[in-house]
Design a binder for this molecule. Structure first.
Ligand SMILES: Nc1nc2c(ncn2[C@@H]2O[C@H](COP(=O)(O)OP(=O)(O)OP(=O)(O)O)[C@@H](O)[C@H]2O)c(=O)[nH]1
Ligand SMILES: [Mg+2]
Length: 444
C-alpha cells in the first residue's frame, strides 16, 4: 500500500481543519481532550499537513450519522469553504458510515486519528518487518469500514483485483483484503521467527538486554545515540523510530549489555497497530530491564508516563524491573522542576549532558537485576577472575592470603550459563554479610 502523502493534486500541502468531539465516555478515559487535540496538530504536521485550525464540541454521545452534531457539521462546512480546506481530521475514531456521510455533506476528505497515525507509520516504515506490520494494520483497520468509504477508498487502493462470478465489487474487495491479511500474517510469522531465534541466541549467551521504552519524542533514540554512538535517526517528529535498533553498551564496570531502541507509544494508540506491531513491542517484553524515558519538558508528561505504563501492562511487561528517567531537563523551567513526580528514584537527565549520561550508566548498572554474592577464587585462577569480571558486575575486590574475594552481582542469565563454573567458589549471599547496614525497603 502506498503511503498517503497529504498533498493536493496541485502539489501543495493539504490544508486541514482538526475536529475533536468530547463526550462523557472520552471524559472518563483519562485523556485531556485539549492536550489530545494539541497532539493531533503535531501528528498532522508530522504527516505533512498544513493545519488551518481546530474545533471542539462537547456532546453527551456522538451523533450516529455525523459524529458531531448537525449544527457543528454546518459550522465545519462554512469554515471549509472560507479557509479553502481540503481535509477534516477527527481526533476520535469514526465509523465507515460516518466517514461517508461527512464526506458527502462537507465535500472534503475525512480522516480520523487512527488513519492519520497509520499514514505516518506507512511513510516511516523502512524494514521488511515494519512495512508488513503497517500494511497489516492498515488493512485490518480498513476491512470493517470498507462499505463506508466513498471517495476516500481510492487512495487506499480501491478496485483491487478481478471480480469472481456473482460477486459485487465490495465483496471482491473484501475477499482480496482478507486474502492479503492472511498472506501478511504468514510473512510476518517468518520474519518474527527469525528475530526470536536471534533473541534466544542472545539469551543463551547470557547477554543482558535493556530496552528503551517511552512516549514518542521522549528522546529514546537520542539516548541510544549518545550512549552507544549508534547511527540512529533522532528528530523532533512523532514516530521517528519504527524499527527496533540494538547496540552494545559498555557499563562503567566494564560489563557489556545490549541496549534496544523501540517504537514510541502514544495515547489512543490504534488497537490494530498495537496488534500488528506486537512482535516489535515484544522486544520490550524480552528485556531484562526497561529504561522508561519521559519527556520532562512536556506539559503532558504525567499522562504520557501513564500511557506507557498502560501499554506495557497490556504487553504483559508491567512487572519488569524498570528505571524511570526524566529526560530533557535542560528544557524544564526551574519552577516546574520540583513538580516532576515519579518517586524518589527517578533520574532527571538531559541526553545532551555527559555527566548526566554517566549518572545514568551508574544507575543502570545498579538497577540490573541479579544475585549479589561473594566469590572466593584461588589467586592462581586468573581465568576464573577474568570470567567473573566479564559476566558480572564486580562491586569490590580484595585478597586474603592466596584467595581472591569478589563481591559481585551476577545476572540470572549469566548465572544459568556460567554458574556451573563459578558456583563452586560462591561463599555466601552478600546481603547476609552486610546485615549490619540494612537497607530500608523501597529506599533503593
Ligand atoms: N532539549 C533537549 N532535547 C532533547 C533531549 N533529548 C532528546 N531531545 C530532542 O527531542 C527530539 C526527539 O528525540 P528522539 O530521540 O527522536 O525521540 P524518540 O523517543 O526516539 O522519539 P520516537 O522515535 O518518535 O518515538 C529530538 O529533536 C531530540 O533532539 C534533551 O535531553 N534535551
Ligand atoms: Mg526514536
Amino acid at each position: 500500500m502506498k503511503p498517503s502523502t497529504y498533498e493536493t493534486g496541485a502539489g501543495r500541502r493539504e490544508r486541514a481543519l482538526l475536529v475533536s468531539l468530547v463526550t462523557d465516555a472520552s471524559a472518563r478515559s483519562g485523556s485531556d481532550p485539549e492536550q489530545s487535540l494539541a497532539e493531533l496538530v503535531n501528528l498532522a504536521e508530522t504527516a505533512g499537513v498544513e493545519v488551518s485550525g481546530t474545533m471542539m464540541q462537547y456532546r453527551d454521545v456522538p451523533d450516529s450519522k455525523w459524529f458531531v452534531g448537525k449544527g457543528k457539521a454546518e459550522e465545519i462546512k462554512r469554515r471549509i469553504a472560507e479557509e479553502n480546506i481540503d481535509t477534516a481530521i477527527f481526533d476520535q475514531e469514526l465509523t465507515g458510515a460516518q466517514v461517508r456521510n461527512l464526506e458527502d455533506a462537507l465535500d472534503a476528505k475525512i480522516i480520523d486519528r487512527t488513519q492519520l497515525i497509520l499514514d505516518i507509520f506507512a511513510g516511516r516504515a523502512k524494514t521488511r518487518e515494519g512495512i508488513l506490520q503497517v500494511e497489516l494494520a492498515q488493512l485490518t483497520y480498513l476491512l470493517p469500514r470498507l462499505s463506508g468509504h466513498g471517495k476516500n477508498l481510492s487512495r487506499l487502493g480501491g478496485g483491487i483485483g478481478t471480480r469472481g462470478p456473482g460477486e459485487t465489487k465490495l465483496e471482491t474487495d473484501r475477499r482480496h483484503i482478507r486474502n492479503r491479511i492472511g498472506e501478511l500474517k504468514r510473512q510476518l510469522q517468518e520474519v518474527t521467527a527469525h528475530r526470536e531465534l536471534h533473541r534466544e541466541r542472545r539469551k543463551k549467551a547470557g547477554v543482558v538486554q535493556i530496552a528503551l521504552v517511552g512516549y514518542t519524542n521522549a528522546g529514546k533514540s537520542t539516548l541510544l545515540r549518545q550512549l552507544t554512538n549508534a547511527d540512529v535517526l533522532a528528530e523532533d517528529k512523532l514516530f521517528a523510530t519504527l524499527d527496533p535498533t540494538t547496540r552494545t553498551l559498555r557499563l562503567p564496570g566494564g560489563k557489556e549489555v545490549l541496549l534496544t531502541d523501540t517504537v514510541g507509544f502514544i495515547q489512543n494508540l490504534p488497537h490494530d497497530l498495537v496488534a500488528a506491531f506486537r512482535s516489535t513491542l515484544e522486544e520490550a517484553n524480552e528485556a531484562d530491564l526497561l529504561l522508561h524515558v519521559v519527556d520532562a519538558s512536556s506539559s503532558m508528561r504525567d499522562r504520557q508516563r501513564e500511557v506507557v505504563e498502560q501499554v506495557l501492562a497490556e504487553l504483559g511487561a508491567a512487572a519488569k524491573p524498570t528505571l524511570l528517567v526524566y529526560n530533557k531537563i535542560d528544557a524544564v523551567s526551574a519552577s516546574d522542576f520540583p513538580l516532576l513526580s515519579g518517586g524518589g528514584d527517578a533520574l532527571r537527565i538531559s541526553a545532551m549532558d555527559r555527566r548526566d549520561l554517566d549518572r545514568l550508566l551508574m544507575k543502570l548498572e545498579d538497577a540490573l537485576p541479579g544475585d549479589r554474592c561473594v566469590l572466593r577464587i584461588p589467586a592462581s585462577r586468573g581465568d576464573l577472575a577474568a570470567l567473573a569480571y566479564r559476566v558480572g558486575d564486580v562491586k569490590e575486590q580484595r585478597t586474603e592470603d592466596d584467595w581472591l574475594l569478589l563481591d559481585i552481582r551476577l545476572n540470572h542469565a549469566d548465572m544459568e550459563k556460567w554458574g556451573r563454573l563459578l558456583e563452586p567458589f560462591r561463599v555466601d549471599n552478600v546481603e547476609k554479610e552486610t546485615n549490619e547496614n540494612p537497607v530500608e525497603p523501597g529506599s533503593d
